[in-house]
Design a protein. Structure first.
Length: 420
């Protein structure tokens, strides 16, 4: 049997192509069951996210990989001719390395992002429920999960944020030790503001005001974080209460002008305001940065920080490869040991049968009233004779044919020192 991965990811296909192969939980289960029913496939697992769709299988013969690739595409009404340049496949140790990299976030579009591990675990549960996970894939993904945890614990792969909103909020640590007495004013109701609001809530911010053109959208975020929704027209009047301002609104003109900020600073008695403008075009007039007690960051500043953080993650990813190298070797060694497992079991079963036979004979001798010492002595002789019988025959034949290779192999197996 061989371990194989067939897939398509952000590295090989654009979004419009990837989404054609994407499957949901229920479709995934159907595909897995169909695949598992094939004579050549022993185990199967399917991972599908916005950035990748990958099939992991235990297959009897590697020459059938192209057939499986074609079959997978046909399940979505696609053809191999059309997408062959987007599909990749790995086998054996390369599959193990790939799986560990994916689970650890090292193969993600954003290096080190943690969401992929949760998606991996959900797909694993789905495959288990479908009954398509066996001992080899089970062991592989247990390795993947533990490796991902070790990478995140022992490296700085997740120490630096690569999200605009996350960086915007993390910078507050440079200005405020404690946010429990501070207020935030957030402009917009998109993903960035949603993330920023939740992160500020985790930092125990006092009050959060969400300003948006559509008040209903602002209310959705405000309700999640225990904040307040206000219309954009009220922003100027709320500035005096804001210690933190983060804006991410689409529009052609600035929403916060220099004059409004100057007025707010007078009302605040020049207590500083930390401001982040994530808008394109900018939501806050550029002149605001020149005001005393104002600390204004723009997309240029934030993206430079993200660039630095990205490099830190790249360095951490290099460290993580040392962990993955070790785990790949461990898994492959375990896998190789499984090839001898059935032989080991047969050998142990044979030894157990000999033991039972000798014990039964000894018990019968005891019932006949024979001397226990003699019985124990005979038992040991019988065990030794029967356990060594088959290896002795093999060695005799090897000696007669001068088969030194077999003789050395028997010596290695039974740890016999030939020099004695």
């Amino acid at each position: 049997m061989s371990l194989v991965t067939i897939g398509m990811s952000h590295k090989t296909a654009s979004l419009d192509i990837r989404e054609k192969l994407s499957v949901d939980k229920y479709e995934s289960e159907k595909i897995l069951k169909k695949l598992h029913s094939m004579p050549l496939v022993d185990e199967a697992f399917l991972l599908s996210t916005c950035n990748r769709t990958e099939l992991y299988i235990e297959i009897e013969d590697l020459q059938y990989v192209d057939n499986i690739s074609d079959w997978l595409l046909r399940q979505k009404g696609l053809s191999m001719e059309e997408f062959e340049n987007n599909i990749y496949s790995f086998s054996d140790s390369n599959v193990v390395r790939h799986a560990l990299n994916v689970a650890s976030g090292l193969d993600s579009m954003v290096i080190g992002e943690p969401q992929i591990l949760g998606q991996f675990k959900s797909a694993f549960i789905n495959a288990h429920n479908a009954g398509t996970i066996g001992k080899n894939l089970d062991r592989l993904f247990q390795y993947a999960f533990s490796t991902a945890k070790e990478v995140r614990t022992d490296t700085k792969i997740g120490a630096n944020s690569l999200s605009l909103a996350n960086v915007a909020v993390s910078l507050t640590d440079q200005f405020y030790d404690d946010l429990s007495t501070k207020n935030a004013l957030l402009l917009g109701a998109g993903d960035s503001i949603n993330i920023a609001a939740k992160n500020l809530k985790k930092k125990n911010i006092n009050d959060i005001f969400i300003a948006n053109r559509t008040i209903e959208k602002a209310e959705v975020i405000a309700d999640e974080v225990g904040g307040f929704a206000i219309p954009l027209k009220d922003v100027a009047s709320r500035l005096k209460d804001a210690d933190i301002v983060i804006s991410a609104v689409s529009g052609s003109i600035p929403l916060i002008g220099k004059g409004a900020v100057e007025t707010s600073l007078k009302s605040r008695k020049h207590k500083p305001i930390y401001m982040v403008d994530l808008g394109v075009p900018r939501n806050i007039e550029s002149e605001v940065k020149n005001l005393p007690d104002i600390f204004l960051y723009t997309l240029d500043n934030i993206q430079e920080l993200i660039k630095n953080n990205y490099q830190a993650r790249r360095n951490a990813a290099s460290d993580a490869q040392n962990i993955i190298d070790t785990k790949v070797e461990e898994y492959m060694n375990w896998r190789k040991s499984q090839s001898a497992f059935s032989v080991i079991k047969m050998y142990r079963d044979d030894c157990e049968s000999i033991r039972q036979d000798c014990v039964n004979k000894s018990l019968n001798q005891l019932k006949l009233g024979k001397d226990p010492s003699d019985i124990i002595n005979q038992l040991s002789i019988n065990l030794t004779s029967k356990l060594s019988h088959k290896p002795t025959i093999a060695l005799n034949k090897a000696g007669q044919t001068n088969n030194r290779k077999l003789i050395n192999l028997v010596c290695d197996i039974f740890l016999i020192n030939k020099k004695k």
